[in-house]
Design a protein around this ligand. Sequence first.
Ligand SMILES: [Zn+2]
Length: 479
Amino acid sequence: MRTNNLYKIFVLLICLSFTLCGFSQSRGLCGTYKIDTAALKKAKEFENNNRLNNSIQSTSFTIRVYFHILNCNDGSFSAATPAQITTEFNTLTAAYSSNNICFINAGYDNIYNSILDTNFNVNTSDPSLFNYYRVPNCINVFYPYKIKGTNSACSGTCGIGGISFSIPSTFCLVSRTNIAAAQTVAHEVGHCMGLLHTFDHSNGYEDINGSNSSTAGDLVTDTQADPYGYIGQNCYSTSSNGCTYTGYCTDPNGANNFSPPYSNLMTYWWAGNSITCYSSLALTNGQYIRVNSYLNTNSDLISCESPPSVTESGVSISSGYLMASAINTLSTSGTVSITGTAISLLGGNTVILEPGFDANPLAGGSTLIRLSQCSGAANFAIAEKLKSFSDDAANTLIAYPNPTSSTIHLAIKLVHNENKISVRVYDINMKAVKEISLENLLKGNNMVDIDLSKFSSGMYAVTMQGTDVLMRALIVLQK
Ligand SMILES: [Zn+2]
C-alpha cells in the first residue's frame, strides 16, 4: 500500500503481526554473487589514476535508497514494519557516514507477492522477478520474509540472510531474519557499491603476508587474509567461539598465522553464532576508496546519486516516478505538478518549494519531501503564499508565515458557505496533535490562527475538511 495523499506522506502503517510458523530465526549468510568484471576494471582504473590525489575520498555522495517490504498476497507474513525500515536506513547511513557517503531515504512501499515474500530461492529463482518493483534511479533494498537457498552455516535450513546478485548492482535483498542483525543492510549495499567479501577467493586465495592482496581475495589491499573462505577446509568452524580465529588452516604459502579483519562489514565473523562478537562493523580505507571508485565510474550507481544542487521546473506528471534529490539544495521553480499515481521524492539538505509546486496524488501515488541530514542541519521552506493543496481549484488555503515560530495564520477562501469545517494538525508521524472545529463559515475570505507554540520544531500537516471542502498545507515550525 502506498500513501495516497500528500497529507498522508508520513503515515506509519501499522502492520498486523501474524503467528510465525516453521521458519528458523537464525541469521543467514549472503547468497552467491557474480562479479561484473568490466565494471571492476573501470573502477580499478579510476582508483589507480586517482590514487595520488585526495579528491577520491573528499567527494561527497548522497545516494537515493528505496525500500520494499514484501508480504504474501493476502497481506500475511509481512517482512518488516515501517519503523524497522527507518532503523535499517539509519544503520546504513551510519555505516558510511565517515567517508562522505550519505544516503537519502526515498521511501518505501509494500509489495504483495507470495513468491517473492516466502518462496524465492537464490539457487533456482530468477532475480529479474524483482525488476517490476524496482524504483528507477535508486538503490532498491527488498525485504522478503524468507530467502530460500543453500546456506552451509545451518545445513540449508535457515535460508539466506541477504544477497546482491551482482557486484556492483542497484538492488539487493535482506531477509526479515537479518533486520537489525550485524548491519546486514550496510553489508548488502556494500556489495551493491562494489565490495566483495573479505574471504572471497574467486580470484585466488590471499596470502597472509599480503603480497598478492591486490589480485587475490577481495582485491583490496588493506583487508587482511580471511580464512573464512577456505571452502573445504572448514576453517571457520575450527574457531573456538566464532569470534576469534583459532584454526590451523594455511594460506597458499603454508602460513597459518591468520589475523582476519573480524569486525569488517564484509566478513562473516559475526555469523554462525548467537553472540554478537563485534557490535560495530566498519570498512577499511581501501574499501571506501573502492566504493568511491565505483560511485565515480558505474553508470547504474551514478543514476542513483544526487547532484550538489538541483532545480526542478516544468514538471507535470500523473504517473511514473520523479526521484529528485540534491546534496545541498533542491528547489522548485514554476510548475512542478505531481498528481495521479506518480511516486515522487523531493529531497535535499534544504528543500524549497516555490509557488507553482502542487502535489495532489491519488491512491497509489505519493509525494515525499525528505530532508537529508548529510551536511549540517536540514531545512525546509515553503514560499509564502504558496497555493496549498486544495482538492478543487476554487477553495484555497494559504498558511503563513511559513515557516513560523509560533502562530500560523490560515487564510481560507471558500466558494460556498460551510456549516462546519474540521481543522486537524498532524505531526510527522501523522498523529493528530490538535483538532478544532470552525462553524458557520461564510463564502469568501476567512481567517483562522492556530497556536503551535507548545509543539516542538518540525514539519506538520494541516487539513481542513468540510462538506465540499478538503484542503491541506504543510507547515514548518522553527523555534
Ligand atoms: Zn555478503
